[in-house]
Design a protein around this ligand. Structure first.
Ligand code: GLV
Ligand code: MN
Ligand code: MN
Length: 416
């Protein structure tokens, strides 16, 4: 690594990074130590404002696009060169942790700050992006901001999606965009030269093996569905069981059929029903309507395709008296990251003398969509016991800083 680059990497400051992480963790803080910063909520807006103020203090310009993705731009010396991008997301799960997503955004900001303090100019611009609605906890599906940015989806497909309170995404997004009217508006932009996302691992492997850096090789495939089962409400005390069209009873049968479908001795298939809405949701009324989500994942393309195709038939065969609608909300095949970016991340870890291992990602990330449009890779750092999507999510300041150093080193290499 060049002397100037090594100097910049050395200026990644563990305390500054930790301080910013803890400041963000106060926005939407929960009593159990985690955060609830739902996409396009007041808390999301507060986090956006904080990020923009930090970026501007570093002399960066900030733009936002039509779905609210934020782009922090540090100019390069070649005005025609495509940027090297990094980033992640600032929204959280409803009972999320302090690191999922926000770490990748603040690690990117830290890398820029280190470059700035070392006085290093790169040929290419370096951009930190905060993607909108990565989690999909409030508005489904997940990874929406990167899907729209890369052209995989159109914003119009999502505007009428509603949250559990019936608020439309289009209205929440409009309030979010209006909260920072002074930001430069950016529409579809020139492609990036490369994208690297830093993230906590969200699994136990790095900690178990005593490795500090995960050099991520790709992301497993996933399928999301919303299943709606419609029956008829009735009096719980008087209506004979034989005559009922009980939507919840049939939803349970459907879920059991999906459990059979996804049974796997090797414990490789991931199957989750994470969201269930029941109407009228009263103890003494037979449920007339149930909506539940299905999340199925597998690293093998043929297997996830087979499982995804079998979801609707499995549900239909289990439901007898109610009507059924099965709507796919996300269809992402497994992705393999660019060998050149993977090698750059590995080179950075080796140069900085950090123990690393190559590994795939079980969780999904915006890097999945970026990998379709530019050379892409990811950096993982350990998190305590692999716990994530949980208020107890935790990570060590030293590991978080190590990941930011690897990020800075890889960005510098790719931007020069
Ligand atoms: C992202 O949080 C995912 O669901 O993998
Ligand atoms: Mn995340
Ligand atoms: Mn997450």
């Amino acid at each position: 690594m060049r002397e100037a680059h090594l100097d910049a990497v050395g200026r990644v400051d563990p305390e500054r990074l930790w301080r910013r992480l803890m400041e963000m963790a106060r926005i939407g803080a929960l009593p159990g130590g985690g955060v609830n910063r739902a996409a396009f909520s007041a808390e999301d807006i507060a986090a956006r404002k904080r990020l923009v103020s930090w970026a501007r203090a570093l002399g960066c310009s900030v733009a936002q696009d039509a779905i609210g993705n934020l782009f922090i731009h540090r100019a390069g010396t070649d005005p025609r060169a495509a940027p090297v991008m990094t980033g992640s997301h600032m929204d959280s799960q409803p009972r999320g942790g302090r690191f999922d997503g926000i770490y990748g955004v603040l690690a990117g900001l830290e890398a820029i700050e280190a470059m700035e303090r070392a006085g290093v100019r790169t040929r290419r611009p370096v951009e930190v992006v905060a993607w909108s609605n990565e989690e999909g906890g409030r508005f489904q599906p997940c990874t929406m901001g990167s899907a729209v940015h890369t052209g995989a989806k159109q914003l119009g497909e999502f505007l009428s999606v509603t949250d559990n309170d019936g608020v439309a995404l289009g209205d929440a997004l409009a309030r979010t965009l209006a909260a920072m009217p002074d930001l430069e508006q950016r529409e579809r932009k020139a492609p990036a030269a490369a994208y690297i996302e830093a993230h906590i691992e969200q699994g136990p492997l790095l900690e178990l093996e005593g490795a500090t850096i995960g050099v991520v090789t790709g992301i497993q495939g996933l399928r999301w569905f919303n299943v709606e089962i419609t029956g008829e409400t009735a009096h719980a005390g008087t209506t004979p069981l034989a005559g009922r069209r009980d939507a919840l009873r049939e939803a349970i049968d459907a879920i059991n059929a999906l459990r059979e479908l996804t049974r796997d001795e090797t414990d490789t298939v991931r199957f989750t029903i994470g969201r269930v809405l029941v109407s009228p949701n009263s103890p003494n009324s037979v449920p007339s309507h149930v909506l539940f989500s299905v999340d199925v994942r597998h690293p093998d393309a043929a297997t996830i395709e087979r499982l995804g195709s079998a979801v609707e038939p499995a549900v239909r065969s289990a439901v007898r008296r109610c009507s059924v609608a099965v709507n796919p909300t996300l269809t992402d095949d497994p992705c393999t990251f660019d060998p050149g970016v993977v090698a750059a991340v590995e080179r950075a870890a080796r140069t900085l003398d950090l123990p690393f291992r190559r590994m795939p990602s079980g969780a999904s990330h915006d890097a999945m969509y970026m990998a379709r449009v530019c050379p892409t890779g990811m950096i993982f750092v350990p998190c305590e016991r692999g716990v994530s999507h949980n208020e107890a999510e935790n990570a060590k300041p030293g590991d978080l800083a190590a990941g930011a150093r690897v990020l800075a080193a890889a960005l510098l290499e790719l931007a020069d």
